[in-house]
Design a protein around this ligand. Structure first.
Ligand SMILES: Nc1nc2c(ncn2[C@@H]2O[C@H](COP(=O)(O)OP(=O)(O)OP(=O)(O)O)[C@@H](O)[C@H]2O)c(=O)[nH]1
Ligand SMILES: [Zn+2]
Length: 355
């Protein structure tokens, strides 16, 4: 990791609020929190790589985190990170469960652009999946439908997507003819951090570059050095236009679904509202009498596809929760093994002192 030699601001001894633009195990790259476009500087981490939240919980910092930095890092580094500020939002990895603090791949993201192409046809299930991820993060989701120049009726297609994206703005864009870019650009207020999620080839890089007015992401899956996109810079929090920043990390790119009940209720607000009207609280919405979901299906108010999509994501959420429970149980067992080992060690050394 390379970094300029000068400190972020004048040295008056007080801690500075900084934003993490890259997190590695031993050190962070940070910029002043009030100037996200500034040059990045190194700030050392404690040896365990963790920082305390105000409540004392120690977690690994991630891109987008706000930290306090102070003078006095290890060799060659003028700064060290001391405190982690609570995360407003967090994009978590799909392996995350209850230990989500450990699994954040991006923190304090304000806006999640759910990018989906109009050609080939948009995949509604994928949009629902990514919206669920976005809702879970706490950030605001926005759907951006790309390649409007390739289809005859982009607005008609957008209406179909809007029907499954409840409470979410849906934008239609083309980077080829410039359609729809202005309202998306208007989302980039100063200090806003965004991520772009969507399938490979959806046009995420093309869109972000068009918004930034320069090449901040490699397009067409091209990677100049054959290793990754970060060829000209190590930063994973990249300045865009108008003081906004893009969070672009392998973690965010590879992030799977992190279904969570609340997030699913947000994405499927229509289904959730129906389910709440079923006669039985534990209705499985299959053959139960008084099932509002089945009634809506029969009446054509609810599409089979949407119900199936909801069920699928719900199964995934349950599966993820079980995995997290299993991991917690394993961690607990490991902790007790350590405690027991330590106890025996102390007993032995006490015995040897006596003997
Ligand atoms: N016609 C047309 N082509 C587009 C548009 N946006 C992107 N493309 C093309 O679609 C292809 C994929 O675009 P990218 O921006 O690389 O897609 P991506 O989502 O970043 O893909 P990954 O890097 O694989 O995740 C490229 O060949 C782009 O030129 C658009 O608005 N119209
Ligand atoms: Zn029901």
């Amino acid at each position: 990791m390379t970094e300029p030699a000068a400190p972020p601001t004048a040295d008056d001894g007080a801690p500075l609020r900084a934003r993490v633009v890259r997190a590695d195990r031993g050190a962070l790259l940070v910029v002043p929190d009030d100037d996200l476009g500034a040059a990045a500087h190194r700030a050392d981490l404690p040896r365990d790589g963790l920082l305390p939240l105000p409540d004392g919980t120690r977690v690994p910092p991630t891109v987008g985190d706000v930290v306090d930095v102070e003078r006095g890092g290890r060799v060659d580094a003028a700064w060290r990170a001391t405190v982690l500020h609570p995360r407003r939002t967090a994009v978590v990895r799909d392996s995350a469960g209850r230990t989500s603090l450990e699994q954040a791949v991006a923190a304090n993201v304000d806006l999640v652009l759910v990018v989906e192409h109009l050609d080939p046809d948009p995949d509604l299930g994928r949009v629902e999946r990514l919206l669920t991820l976005a809702w879970r993060s706490g950030a605001r989701p926005v759907v951006v439908l790309t390649k409007a120049d390739l289809v005859p009726d982009p607005e008609g297609m957008a209406a179909e997507v809007a029907a499954v994206a409840i409470g979410v703005d849906v934008h239609v864009v083309s980077v080829v003819d410039g359609t729809g870019l202005t309202p998306v650009r208007a989302l980039l207020a100063p200090g806003v951090a965004l991520v772009a999620v969507g399938p490979s080839g959806a046009g995420k890089s093309s869109l972000v570059n068009a918004l930034a007015g320069r090449q901040v992401m490699a397009t067409g899956g091209r990677r100049a050095d054959g290793r990754g996109r970060h060829t000209t810079t190590h930063r994973e929090l990249v300045p865009l236009a108008d003081g906004a920043v893009l969070v672009d990390t392998p973690g965010v790119r590879g992030v799977g679904l992190v279904a969570a009940p609340d997030a699913l209720d947000a994405t499927f607000a229509d289904v959730a509202a129906l389910a709440a009207r079923c006669r039985f609280a534990d209705c499985a919405h299959v053959t139960e009498p008084g099932c509002a979901v089945q009634e809506a299906l029969a009446g054509g108010e609810l599409a089979e596809r949407r119900l199936a999509s909801w069920r699928k994501l719900q199964r995934e959420a349950e599966h993820a929760a079980r995995r997290a429970d299993a991991r917690l149980a394993a961690e607990e067992r490991a902790r007790w093994r350590r405690v027991t080992r330590e106890y025996h060690r102390q007993q032995r050394s006490r015995g040897s002192h006596r003997g």
